[in-house]
Design a protein. Structure first.
Lengths: 176, 160
């Protein structure tokens, strides 16, 4: 079976949204998904997009059980390290279960490599992502590609303000 | 342009504090190019004191926050705060809190739903500060690990 990796078009957002939900279900947090294909269309396909996306596509004769030909995606954006400069952050990498595997079918690897290649062309010196500690298949996948787990090796923790806590913090900002 | 030179000094000081000083490869020129061109890779805010309160070395710019816009496929636009730093002699006076609140305000104004950043687990003063302000540690509570690919591993990955 062959497959193609290409830049996502606006029309792909419904498929991407479907797979975002699949990934959230896999990560046991489906109730955390608050945005739909409409936000993806608005945020990824405007003049200054907030993210970029690649999709993996198979030919019609190899479509999924439910009839989908867009069967994987990688969503990423550009970030900055004050120590090293430009970087790429891989927000999501997902391939539908029936298209995963070894041997010829290495769609996840192809998507990841393409993101790395695109980042390299933009002089990015790092590719970063996060992975849930219980997600052994993904941890093994990234480790095999040479990724380091900075939480384990250097002690980095990810911290977040959202919802009411973010509002409260913002309300305490000094007046201009 | 003046801000880039101040930011560069503080980036190095923050790296010293985090015991990772040899990792700073960015130059002042990189900061000028990447942060102050048409489509900047980052944004910065500076904390400044009046002339009469300048430091021993004569600095009036005594802290900074550097951030950029990111994206969550679950909640949309977000802000990532890359650095927050206040010179040691100006700590304990609410400057760090003011800088962080300003970033939060800018985040909301831009339609962001999250303010994210990372902290080293041994950095107790910072960890305590952030948690006391209402943030939560998603590594400890949800199990997220920060992963990175760079150098040779990244080169290898980028082979078409």
């Amino acid at each position: 079976m062959n497959f193609k990796i290409r830049r996502a078009a606006k029309e792909d957002c419904k498929d991407i949204s479907r797979m975002i939900m699949d990934l959230a279900i896999y990560e046991k947090m489906p109730d955390q998904v608050k945005i739909s294909h409409e936000e993806l269309e608005r945020d990824g396909f405007c003049q200054n997009p907030l993210f970029e996306c690649l999709v993996a596509e198979v030919p019609e004769e190899h479509k999924s059980n439910e009839g989908f030909t867009v069967i994987g995606y990688a969503l990423y954006f550009y970030t900055y390290s004050t120590w090293k400069g430009r970087a790429v952050y891989l927000e999501d990498l997902y391939v539908m279960p029936e298209f995963r595997g070894t041997g010829q079918l290495r769609i996840g690897t192809a998507l990841l490599s393409k993101v790395a290649e695109i980042g390299k062309k933009k002089q990015c010196v790092r590719l970063q992502l996060s992975v849930l500690n219980w997600n052994t298949p993904s941890r093994d996948f990234y480790a095999a590609k040479g990724a380091q787990d900075l939480t384990v090796t250097e002690g980095w923790h990810a911290i977040r303000f959202d919802g009411q806590n973010l509002d409260n913090l913002a309300n305490e900002a000094p007046k201009d | 342009m003046m801000a880039a030179d101040a930011i560069f000094v503080y980036v190095q000081e923050l790296a010293e504090y985090e015991k990772l000083a040899e990792h700073v490869k960015v130059t002042q020129k990189d900061l000028e190019q990447d942060g102050f061109s048409k489509n900047p890779f980052f944004h910065g805010i500076i904390a400044e004191v009046p002339e009469q309160h300048k430091t021993k070395e004569g600095h009036t710019k005594i802290g900074y926050a550097l951030y950029f816009y990111s994206y969550s496929s679950w909640s949309g636009r977000a802000i990532y705060m890359e650095d927050l730093y206040v010179m040691p002699e100006f700590r304990g006076k609410g400057v760090g809190k003011a800088l962080m609140s300003k970033v939060a305000q800018l985040a909301l104004a831009a339609g962001c739903h999250q303010l994210n950043f990372t902290v080293l687990d041994w950095n107790k003063p910072s960890m305590d500060f952030y948690l006391s302000q209402g943030s939560f540690d998603i590594t400890a509570s949800m199990g997220y690990h920060c992963m990175r690919c760079e150098g040779e591993a990244l080169e290898h990955l980028a082979q078409p």
